[in-house]
Design a protein around this ligand. Structure first.
Ligand code: URA
Length: 492
């Protein structure tokens, strides 16, 4: 990994890493340097083959200080800082290795440095990490494969993509997992990754024109896109931000967009006008004169005993909300599923696993969120040994509304995410068309905010891979909006 070259300039040690993505090399070197107490202003970091350092190498070499005699000072780098750096090092800014070293060096004497979001170094690392998350998200969403043929019974695909940062190797596990059943090669200007069903391999970058240009899969994808194109969802600015124009040239569907926009324009005006009607959001109505519970435990204890709760077709088990009782973000799902009912915790089954992945993709840590459901028991129908999910009806949702209101009051989140139609109905008291309301942060119950989006089980039901990928990317984007909102200053 690491090129041992340690040519140094006058007063300066120059550390040469093996490649732009040699994060392991940086970590090894940074630890060794910290141990020797080398100050960041006596160092510069570079990467093998970068030309801008030519003038430095003309200077006379200077030896690095020897490691202090044992015992060496203990090096402390907090895990969250290391994670932040690990992400930020994929940024294309040439000074990122210096920035990262300066920060870990300072962190040896400044307690909890990484917890200070206003610190200029931490802030810059955070900006880098955010740019990386966005770049990775775009690559997940906008890589389009072209079929090139078949070999040994396996279909073969290639794709071209131009990431902004050094993320190609970092996204490889995502594509291996997602497209595990086919052979593929993703080529970018600076690196390539390939999967043959058994092994991921990494290679040099290349040129778009090395790849075949048309195929049948692409035609299918274009027709799928034309089919799902919804003129009511057309907001050109928003569309450009979700699918920035620089990606259009590599998207087979992108050249359809102008014509579709033109054809749709008559319908767009009317539909956009309707879209702008305000959602009549109100705090949930109070249905019970009962004294409000003083704690979440009291709330769930009382609900477990409540005799008027709907019981027909429901499991007896009440699934309590879970997460920090003062979380800034609250997620409300529909109702517990089979796994949640068995384990007594929300979002632990397949939908919960997908939600976890999307939260992580949006930079949210599930452990910091409060997760609960609009309806607190599993409604199902028995079919042989299987318990098949049944959607709760309006009366059942309304029954639990008061209890959800109490949960919100006690947790006091700054923003609530409603996953799917049942949660949205629970909060607004009305049927809500998710497609019309998603993707915008709405004011809710005076002091809070609400984001309505799809339920992860909807994503699990989308039959085709590409469609699922597009919807998943939109879901992550919705969650990213919440992450941005919750981290704004003054957000509680
Ligand atoms: N779906 C939900 O809405 N909630 C859960 O807890 C699990 C799946």
């Amino acid at each position: 990994m690491l090129t041992p070259a340690r040519t140094a300039a006058v007063g300066h040690h120059r550390i040469t890493l093996a490649s732009e993505t040699d994060r392991a090399g940086w970590r090894d070197q940074a630890r060794a340097l910290l141990q020797r107490g080398v100050a960041p202003d006596r160092l510069s970091w570079t990467v093998d083959g970068r030309t801008r350092d030519a003038e430095l190498s003309l200077s006379a070499p200077v030896a690095l200080p020897e490691a202090s005699a044992p015992p060496a000072p203990a090096i402390r780098i907090a895990a969250p800082l290391l994670a932040l750096i690990d992400s930020a090092l994929l940024h294309r800014n040439p000074d990122r290795f210096d920035l990262a070293y300066r920060t870990v060096y300072r962190a040896q004497t400044v307690r909890d440095l990484h917890r200070n979001p206003a610190d200029p170094d931490v802030l810059k690392l955070s900006h880098h990490a955010k740019a990386i998350r966005r770049d990775i998200h775009k690559m997940h969403a906008f890589v389009r494969f072209r079929k090139t043929g078949e070999r040994a019974g396996r279909e073969q695909f290639v794709a071209w993509f131009e990431p902004d940062h050094h993320i190609t190797e970092a996204v490889a596990p995502f594509f291996r997992k997602r497209f595990t059943g086919m052979d593929w090669l993703i080529l970018t200007p600076e690196a390539s990754i390939a999967w043959d069903g058994e092994r991921l391999s990494f290679g040099p970058g290349g040129n778009k024109h090395d790849l075949p240009q048309q195929d049948g899969v692409e035609a299918e994808w274009r027709s799928y896109y034309a089919h799902i194109f919804n003129p009511a969802r057309v907001k050109v600015a928003a569309m450009k931000s979700e699918m920035p124009v620089k990606y259009w040239k590599n998207l087979p569907e992108a050249d359809l967009i102008p014509a579709m926009l033109e054809r749709a324009s008559g319908r767009v005006d009317a539909m956009v006008a309707r879209q702008q009607e305000a959602l009549p959001l109100a705090g949930p109505e109070t249905r019970s004169a009962a004294e409000p519970p003083a704690s979440l435990d009291q709330l769930y204890d009382r609900l477990e005993q409540a005799r008027d709760a709907p019981r027909e077709n429901f499991s007896d088990r009440l699934v309590r909300g879970s997460g920090p009782p003062d979380a800034r973000i609250m997620i409300i799902g529909e109702q517990p599923g089979d796994q949640e009912d068995r384990q007594g915790r929300p979002f632990v089954g397949p939908a919960g696993q997908l939600l976890d992945r999307a939260l992580a993709g949006a930079g949210l840590d599930r452990r910091q969120l409060f997760l609960t459901n609009a309806v607190k028991r599993f409604k199902f129908r028995q079919s042989g040994k299987r318990r098949i999910h049944e959607t709760p009806n309006a009366g059942e949702i309304a029954y639990y509304r008061w209890w959800v209101e109490q949960e919100i009051r006690l947790v006091d989140p700054r923003i609530i995410i409603a996953l799917g139609a049942t949660a949205a109905r629970s909060l607004t008291g009305k049927p809500v068309t998710i497609a019309r309301r998603r993707g915008t942060i709405l004011p809710f119950a005076d002091t809070r905010a609400l984001l309505i989006t799809v339920h992860p089980s909807y994503l699990l039901r989308i039959p085709d891979e590409q469609g699922r990928q597009v919807e998943y990317a939109k879901f992550v984007r919705d969650l990213e909006m919440v992450a941005g909102y919750a981290s704004r200053p003054g957000s509680g």
